[in-house]
Write a protein that binds this ligand. Structure first.
Ligand code: NAD
Ligand code: ZN
Length: 379
């Protein structure tokens, strides 16, 4: 089959690879119909995650048709069209039965990391991902859900990670009625968090980024006030000024590890020791939230990012909540919101690109060219 493969930092290509096979009776093989590239894939692409091996296929956001099922699979049939959550989980370990499905204990031999994630390096279990014609889906009775017939394919795709994650980020913010919510990052996750904040009772939503075209989307799709941090000397001071000098009640980090730390250093003038990235947005979130406020961290950080102002967070009595989003838990509610017309996740998809052009797709998304917000790969 044809599949995206990693060759090294900033180098990906499409190669022939053996078709995946059933390795366990509870596996399924899914023929991918749509896959997306996520901001998380960019951390891999930028070489920021350890143990990203040459030849690995990325892609944890995908939908497709079941082509084969293992002998013990009961809930899926060949021909079913499924949406597959980005987390791989067994559904029955200590963590899964308590709802911590993104922390499943049975899918990742690397005990210090999260659970298993498709196409997210050997740090996340080494499973090949869905930016390919076919993908092996373990625990096929547990993760995949048959796409409801009323749900648009592209909405289903957006729920496999980005949109559900933004929604989860807003949930972790414990937004109270009338709260001011600051969302750092206007990528798909930030846009989804900003939009979802209203559903949870926010009184104001402020989105911060430096890409004007994305801020325009935040105004259009998430009805947010926007701040272009490149136009201000000090974002934190500005955020205080915008919030009666108290700070926002809730801040959501939807940025994570930034490969282009040098750009940010230039833009912000901050004197930081950057090791290929920086947790600037997280520090801004901590600094611009009020005392007793909540910081919800959806941005992903690799082990090399340790320069976090954690002491300040402790001294301010902040609640910091984070996790890999257990996206399937968000689906029942999101289904209702989409069906009722309150949400339209696919509106943030900007590009639909054939699998063979995956190097161009990564470049476009990484360099934020051509108004790219969410690129979708069509195998
Ligand atoms: P993206 O790269 O499309 O968006 C990131 C945005 O942040 C960009 O628009 C960028 O301009 C902006 N940005 C950079 N530095 C900033 C700063 N200091 N302040 C404010 N904005 C800044 O990525 P995405 O797909 O939206 O994902 C966002 C983050 O969420 C990534 O770190 C990704 O790994 C993470 N993520 C986590 C989970 C999870 O389950 N926790 C799931 C999906 C994605
Ligand atoms: Zn993702």
């Amino acid at each position: 089959m044809r599949a995206m493969v990693y060759r090294g930092p900033y180098r990906v290509r499409v190669d022939e690879k053996p078709d995946p096979v059933i390795e366990h009776p509870n596996d399924a093989i899914v023929r991918v119909e749509l896959a997306a590239i996520c901001g998380s894939d960019l951390h891999l692409y930028h070489g920021l995650l350890p143990d990203t091996r040459v030849g690995h296929t990325f892609g944890h956001e995908f939908i497709g048709r079941v082509e084969q099922v293992g002998s013990s699979v009961e809930r899926l049939q060949v021909g079913d069209r499924v949406m597959v959550p980005f987390n791989i989980f067994c559904g029955s370990c200590w963590f899964c039965v308590r709802g911590l499905i993104s922390n499943c204990h049975n899918v990742n031999a690397n005990a210090t990391a999260a659970g298993g994630i498709y196409g997210y390096s050997h740090t996340a279990g080494g499973y090949d991902g869905g930016q390919a014609e076919r993908v092996r889906v373990p625990f096929a009775d547990v993760g995949p859900t048959v796409i409801p017939e009323w749900l648009h394919d592209e909405d289903a795709l957006m729920l496999t990670d980005a949109f559900s994650t933004g929604y989860f980020g807003a949930q972790l913010g414990d937004i109270a009625d009338g709260d001011t919510v600051a969302v750092f990052g206007a990528g798909p996750v930030g846009l989804a968090a900003a939009r979802s904040a209203w559903l949870m009772g926010a009184g104001r939503v402020i989105v911060i980024d430096h890409l004007e075209y994305r801020l325009a989307k935040a105004r259009e799709l998430a009805f947010a006030e926007t701040v272009n941090f490149a136009e201000h000397d000090d974002v934190v001071v500005l955020m205080k000024r915008l919030t009666d000098h108290r700070g926002a009640d809730v801040a959501i980090d939807a940025v994570g590890a930034e490969a282009d730390g040098n750009l940010l250093q230039h833009v912000t003038g901050a004197k930081l020791k950057l090791q290929g990235g920086s947790p600037i947005a997280l520090n801004w979130a901590i600094d611009s939230v009020r005392k007793g406020g909540t910081v919800s961290v959806m941005g992903a950080y690799g082990p090399i990012f340790s320069a976090v102002k954690f002491g300040d967070a402790v001294n301010k009595g902040l609640t910091i909540r984070t996790n890999q989003a257990p996206v399937k838990r968000q689906w029942p509610r999101l289904f209702e919101h989409i069906r009722a017309g309150y949400l339209s996740p696919r509106d943030m998809i900007t590009h639909r690109i054939p699998l063979d052009q995956i190097p161009e797709a990564y470049h476009l998304f990484s360099a934020k060219l051509d108004g790219c917000i969410k690129p979708v790969i069509v195998p």
